[in-house]
Design a protein around this ligand. Structure first.
Ligand code: ATP
Ligand code: MG
Length: 982
């Protein structure tokens, strides 16, 4: 009876027979339609639809992979959102969020490919309530969407809720259980679970609360309660509804949040699998075009969906890994994460290399195949994430370039493994873990591949030591990821307490109210009243002497760190005791408050009146750099074309940094053109206009530069040379710098005085970083550049004038070239000049190297001749020569060996002043004396001298030290005699 009901309850698409779309699916069952249904459902219920945030916000390299959909809205949940930002008014929101879980706390990398429902990249469809509805509506909407709109059979669904934890003093979430009962879920399908499964926390501290999860049984017709949360591929979690109602304090205790929020997330891939009635996520239209494409480029059978032991050759796993990883790679690279050496970048590098290895070794696809899959990814996902379309070529370039590097390191790695194996005394002992680890870390050689190569040779790696190295590395990585947490940052409870107490947001308009009086900038004086004090735990009315605390004033002239500009520096004094100074270490903007981090020299109280003293030199220097950055951005666009995009920038008092997209590094002439364009704007001493405008009208200005971030409304527009109002009324691109920017700027460009780009390099393919200095630093850079250029000129004149006749003078010249090259590489000089000089020095280096080589050969010939005369054609020729150069010793040995092909030859050179001994030797190839290997001989002699040597069976060289060269010569000769006689 129950079975019959189950069949009857099934929605029509479960029985098939519907009209099929071109992908063979009913039109309303394609992933695109399923995604849209979700978004429309929530839009119809008052939710604002917002686009997905980048998988890592641009310009913030410290943030690791986004593991859940909430990152985008963290400022709302933490109460730190800028009250002028549109986000501050969000109450109900829905979106489809790009999620990557391949590192950090949530790491699904190991499951990917092995199972069929975990991906490194997946789409999390989410709905949010920020202080709006709570548990009841959230559960009702989720249930209605799943059962009524998607038509999921009720008898396939299970829900879990938080069953409480006595040890942590947490009561069960009976409220949620009751809600499910009222919705009509059978009691035996509402299952309690513990902290691990059903209690969600943002981190060690911050918002947290119970969650309720909806699970789907792919088999059906059974009581699957025992399989929930049991890692069974047939019964999987599809939707998680998190109820944030507590704040976890630093001491571990829980306090109720001032406003409760809901954060729900459902994996699109899992839902699509259900609605398309497939046994695996990979059989849905989110993946099948990729699997087909992989089949076309590989040399293996079509994808068979096998897993575990039935997938003997791991071919189907390879299909899944490659299809999964290429999506992750495309999304991450498009969002500006590149395969690299630390943090998220290292994770991406591993993903890339893992994908390549499966491509090359298992699927036997030719080079270039992996990048070739990118257009298919764009085809599947590009409509929802349009950046995949615009970044397609760059993604492919990055993958191809990394592939070439990987293949070469694969070769290098195999060579290193074989060399290490050959050197191992016990050929069946343990392979050194340090070598395996360095292969992995430095060459990106997958550890399982090391195991595989070793297995073929019957050797195992020292696993215990390797595990130790791995865990040591994890520790370092996780420590660097967590970073120093500022204890003084206000948390959500203290922020809401400020609001409850009616503390108004800080008036910081004074930071913009400076003026230019003749040639001097005049900054406004600022007296303020302390409204609140925070000691890292709670709000205080008084903070005693010697403590660090956060100070909130009614007004301030200090600039808080934001928009890529460093915060101001300076100090307070208190009315009544003006000789006591309170230094301000940092200034940040949190939820409308400007928070000054101060060390109290004496007690501070709320209500105290303070005078703010801005470090004006520091501020002015930041203003110079910030305006210079805008002018530079403009000049780059003028020289390189409008396609360049800003990818981050930072200005401090010392220098400015600007990252932007460009395919290759700038040429010498482009660098010069950019600098000269900047100089034109500086010498025109153009006015800089700033004005606050409604965001919508600001965005209509043609030629406006924006960065990929959420701007407050109203927003500040900074324009060079043309008043903002004129730009608003004219739709032609006025060819000037106009940017949305909250920074503090000069009032006229002339104050920049001078600008020099001191460095420009491609950080990763397609993104260049410029570092520039201004004013006196720039002039100094030019002077240094001139001085170094003169040195290079005079050296090349000397080299062109006469060829050195002695080896000593040739060596001196080579050394000079080396020292100059170092100076050119490391001195802050104009980058265009550096490139120029580097090219000149390369030519000089080649010339001096050739001269040195020639003179060495000549000197070696003279020495060899003299030695031949002295010794005749002996079988064992051991002697000393007079030179400072190991290369001359080696060349003399070579020449002697040519003249006396049956002799074993060793020469030593003794530097009496230092006691250092240079040693080189050669033995005939494959003769009777082959019992003596050159490397053994040199190693023995040099070790006897307390040094070391290296080489091969025929030639070797090394160094050591001794005061008694006669004794060493005798020892060396005896060693050879004994070996040969034996
Ligand atoms: P699981 O236990 O299956 O790993 P989870 O508890 O880690 O899931 P949540 O953190 O609750 O998942 O994420 C919410 C939803 O996102 C899940 O219900 C699921 O639909 C989806 N999801 C989570 N991780 C993945 C993944 N690696 N690949 C695909 N979808 C995922
Ligand atoms: Mg998980």
């Amino acid at each position: 009876m129950i079975r019959l009901l189950t069949v009857l309850h099934r929605p029509p698409w479960f029985r098939s027979g519907l009209v099929r779309s071109c992908s063979g699916l009913p039109p309303d069952r394609t992933a695109a339609r399923i995604r849209n249904t979700f978004l429309n459902f929530f839009r119809d219920r008052g939710h604002l639809l917002v686009p997905s945030a980048p998988v890592r916000p641009r310009g913030d390299p410290s943030l690791l992979f986004v593991n859940a959909g909430m990152n985008q809205f963290k400022p709302i949940l933490l109460g730190t959102v800028d009250p002028r930002s549109p986000m501050a008014s969000y109450r109900r929101v829905a979106n489809s969020q790009k999620c990557v879980r391949a590192g950090g706390k949530h790491n699904d990398l190991d499951d990917v490919g092995r199972d069929v429902y975990h991906h490194t990249f997946f789409e999390m469809m989410g709905s949010w309530s920020f202080g709006d509805y709570f548990k009841e509506e959230a559960c009702q909407m989720a249930w209605s969407l799943l059962t009524e709109h998607y038509g999921l059979p009720v008898d396939r669904l299970y829900v879990s809720y938080f069953g409480g934890d006595a040890a942590f003093g947490l009561p069960p979430d009976d409220e949620t259980r009751q809600i499910w009962l009222e919705i009509g879920v059978q009691a035996n399908r509402i299952l309690p679970f513990g902290l691990k499964e059903n209690f969600w926390e943002m981190g060690d501290s911050g918002p947290c609360g119970p969650c309720t999860e909806i699970h789907y049984d792919h088999v059906g017709g059974r009581d699957g309660a025992a399989l929930v949360n049991n890692d069974t591929p047939d019964l999987v979690e599809i939707w998680n509804l998190v109820f944030m109602q507590y704040n976890r304090e630093l001491d571990g205790s829980l306090r109720p949040l001032p406003q409760c929020s809901v954060d729900t997330g459902m994996g699109l891939e899992r839902l699509v699998r259900i609605l398309q009635n497939k046994t695996s996520n990979y059989d849905t239209d989110l993946f099948t075009p990729l699997l087909d494409h992989i089949h076309q480029v590989s040399c293996v059978d079509i994808y068979g969906g096998r897993k575990g032991s039935s997938d003997q050759e791991k071919v189907d796993m390879a299909y899944r890994v490659v299809a999964d990883h290429i999506r992750t790679l495309s999304v991450c690279i498009a969002d500006g994460i590149h395969p690299g050496m630390s943090g998220a970048e290292l994770v991406l590098r591993r993903i890339l290399r893992r994908a390549l290895r499966f491509c090359v070794e298992v699927l036997q696809a030719p080079q270039g195949s992996l990048a070739g899959l990118v257009p298919t990814v764009t085809h599947i996902l590009g409509d929802v994430y349009p950046e995949l379309h615009s970044e397609k070529d760059r993604i492919m370039d990055v993958i191809n370039e990394n592939e070439a590097q990987f293949l070469s390191s694969l070769q290098q790695g195999s060579r290193l493994i074989h060399r290490t194996l050959n050197r191992m005394e016990n050929k069946h002992g343990l392979f050194p873990a340090s070598v395996a680890w360095s292969l992995h870390r430095d060459l990106g050689f997958p550890l399982d591949l090391v195991d595989l190569v070793l297995e073929e040779r019957g050797v195992r790696v020292d696993r215990e030591e390797l595990d130790r190295l791995i865990s040591e590395n994890h520790k370092v990585v996780s420590e660097s990821q967590s970073g120093p947490q500022s204890q003084l940052s206000l948390d959500i409870l203290s922020l809401s307490e400020l609001q409850r107490l009616g503390v108004p947001h800080t008036n910081d308009s004074l930071k913009y109210q400076y003026s230019l009086d003749r040639d001097r900038y005049v900054f406004p004086a600022c007296c303020a009243v302390i409204l609140a004090l925070y000691d890292g735990h709670s709000l205080r009315s008084e903070v005693s002497e010697g403590q660090r605390c956060a100070v909130i004033l009614d007004r301030t002239c200090f600039y808080a760190e934001q928009g890529g500009q460093s915060h101001d520096q300076g100090y307070f004094t208190r009315n009544g005791s003006k000789d006591v100074v309170y230094p301000v270490d940092a200034v940040e903007q949190v939820g409308g408050y400007v928070v000054h981090h101060v060390t109290t020299s004496e007690c501070l109280k709320t209500g105290d009146q303070v005078e703010l003293h801005l470090d004006q030199v520091n501020r002015l220097s930041c203003m110079v750099k910030h305006t210079a950055t805008h002018v530079l951005n403009f000049a780059l666009r003028k020289v390189l074309g409008p396609s360049i995009q800003q990818r981050g920038s930072h200005v401090s008092a010392e220098r400015l940094r600007f990252d932007f997209t460009t395919k290759v590094s700038l040429s010498v002439s482009q660098l010069q053109q950019v600098e000269s364009c900047v100089m034109d704007v500086i010498s025109a001493n153009q006015r800089v206009y700033s004005e606050e405008l409604p965001l919508l009208s600001a965005k209509t200005i043609s030629g406006l530069r924006t960065v990929d971030e959420v701007y407050p409304d109203p927003v500040r527009v900074v324009s060079v040379g043309i008043p903002v109002s004129e730009l608003l009324n004219d739709q032609t691109d006025k060819q000037t710098s106009v940017e949305l920017c909250c920074g503090t700027h000069l009032l006229q460009t002339g104050f920049i005085q001078d600008l020099v780009i001191v460095s420009e390099r491609q950080m990763v393919r397609g993104i260049s970083r410029i570092v520039a200095v201004t004013g006196r630093d720039a002039t100094r850079a030019r002077e240094l550049g001139q001085a170094v250029a003169q040195d290079v000129d005079s050296l090349s004149a000397r080299l062109a004038g006469s060829t050195p006749s002695s080896l000593v003078s040739a060596h001196c010249l080579a050394k000079e070239v080396g020292i100059l090259s170092d100076a050119v590489d490391n001195t802050p000089i104009p980058q265009w000049q550096r490139r120029d000089l580097q090219n000149q020095l390369k030519v000089l280096q080649r010339t001096t190297n050739t001269t040195v080589r020639k003179l060495e050969v000549r000197e070696a010939a003279v020495k060899a001749e003299a030695l031949l005369q002295k010794h005749g054609k002996k079988d064992i020729l051991v002697d000393s020569v007079d030179t400072d150069s190991l290369s001359v010793v080696m060349k003399t040995v070579n020449q002697l060996s040519t003249a006396a092909p049956n002799a074993v030859v060793m020469l030593l050179a003794h530097q009496v002043h230092s006691g250092k001994v240079l040693c080189a030797c050669q033995v005939p190839k494959g003769s009777a004396s082959s019992s003596l290997l050159a490397s053994d001989w040199a190693v023995a002699v040099c070790q006897h001298l307390g040094g070391g040597a290296g080489g091969n069976a025929v030639v070797a060289q090394g160094t050591g030290s001794s005061d008694n060269i006669i004794e060493v010569l005798r020892w060396a000769e005896q060693f050879a005699v004994q070996k040969i006689q034996r």
